[in-house]
Design a protein around this ligand. Sequence first.
Ligand code: SAM
Length: 171
Amino acid sequence: MSDIWIMRIGHRPERDKRVTTHVALSSRALGAKGIYVDTYDPVLEENIRSVVDRFGGDYSIKTGVSWKEAMKGFKGKVVHLTMYGQQVVDAIPKIPKDEDIMVIVGASKVPAEVYQRADFNVSVGNQPHSEIAALAIFLDRFTEGKALYEDRDGKIKIIPNERGKTVVNSE
Ligand code: SAM
């Protein structure tokens, strides 16, 4: 499986703080390598880096990067998640697994240019819902759930427990 990058567009630091944080954390948990966010937001960067520092892995975050800038040096396929796109079940087999992908999710209205630039416009159902839900379902299907329990070699490790909480903390 090659690398998965996320591009979050339309981020408004005041309004979207929690949602964009969850876009980043969910994509990290589900196997993405990192996220670009179009609006500069140092607090968001710090929060995500703090989770990576404690829970491991090499997930990166860069804010203040427009989707056009993020696309510039990007060699793989661009997947835009939108309720108007082709069905996720039809799209997944067409998306190459041996190339990197950049998954674009919006916040408010997404510019028409993104639909044109994307190699795949993919819907996760044709109902409006959430970028977090759409991304999670897409990534879980694309990676066939393989990232969920991957060891990230973190300072904090959670050991599955049927009832209580088992945490190994080497900090
Ligand atoms: N009203 C906006 C528009 O027309 O572009 C969409 C706003 S929605 C709250 C935010 C983001 O969630 C969208 O840009 C899209 O990436 C994602 N999203 C929402 N529903 C989706 C669906 N059914 N399938 C795929 N992505 C979806």
